[in-house]
Design a binder for this molecule. Structure first.
Ligand code: CTP
Ligand code: CA
Length: 227
């Protein structure tokens, strides 16, 4: 029988993964979104399952099947994702792979906004909760490992290091959204893993391979892991 290299590495562990974009309503028919496909987040959830973990996947709107065996919670907005993550805690590992919308419309119109030649609608944006920072900064019940992503178009490693410190997490997966590997919607990804120990650039891999490699790396960092 073929066994994945990560088989059993997370047996008895609880993992929460966020994935996909969030949708922030403007009115009943319009929303603010981003280009996340959810492929990387879902691949991480699958890799955690293959490693024997009990997995809760909190996902925004994506065109992907629920990974069999995961407890999947479907949400739309950042605030719903935040509440779902809080409800899913505690966990040993939290991986924030979702592209959470940074802002939402201050007010979502109760009816469809109609065109008016005399008035352009003004959209006032307010900041969404930072789910990753909130999980990483928890007093009681903080997961042993809190992992975030940094999708950047420039200054990849510097921005990722700054995010690691600012959010208080243990690892940032830095991926250039301008890399040859594509990233948004593609099957492949090229990332660098940033921790307090330094920067580890990984070769270009499929998103599934990145998920497996990440799970192996995290299993070694968990307290109590054999070194
Ligand atoms: N994140 C989050 N909640 C938010 C915004 C981001 O949990 N409201 C998480 C993402 O899931 C990701 C990490 O934070 O793991 C970094 O997201 P990113 O957008 O790169 O960082 P920001 O802090 O939002 O900074 P900016 O968009 O300005 O680069
Ligand atoms: Ca952001």
């Amino acid at each position: 029988v073929w066994r994945t290299p990560s088989a059993g590495l997370l047996a008895g562990r609880r993992v929460i993964v966020t994935s996909g974009p969030t949708h922030e309503p403007i009115d009943p028919v319009r929303y603010i979104a981003n280009r996340s496909s959810g492929k990387q987040g879902h691949a991480i959830a699958k890799a955690a399952l293959a490693a024997g973990a009990s997995v809760t996947l909190v996902t925004g709107p994506v065109n992907l099947p629920d990974p069999p065996g995961a407890s999947c919670i479907h949400v739309e907005t950042a605030r719903e994702m935040y509440r779902a993550v809080e409800a899913a805690l505690p966990a040993d590992i939290f991986v924030g792979a979702a592209a959470v919308a940074d802002w939402r419309a201050e007010e979502s119109a109760p009816e469809k906004i109609k065109k008016d030649p005399d008035q352009r609608p003004a959209l006032t944006l307010v900041e969404n909760p930072d789910i990753l920072a909130a999980v990483a900064r928890r007093g009681g019940g903080r997961p042993a490992l809190v992992v975030g992503f940094a999708a950047e178009t420039e200054n990849l490693i510097d921005n990722a290091k700054a995010k690691l410190a600012r959010k208080g997490c243990d690892m940032i997966i830095a991926n250039s959204v301008r890399s040859e590997a594509g990233t948004f919607g593609g099957e492949r990804n090229k990332v660098a893993v940033v921790t307090a120990a330094g920067v580890d650039p990984w070769p270009e891999l499929t998103k599934g391979e990145i998920g497996e490699r990440l799970i192996v790396a995290l299993s070694k960092l968990l307290p109590g892991a054999a070194t």
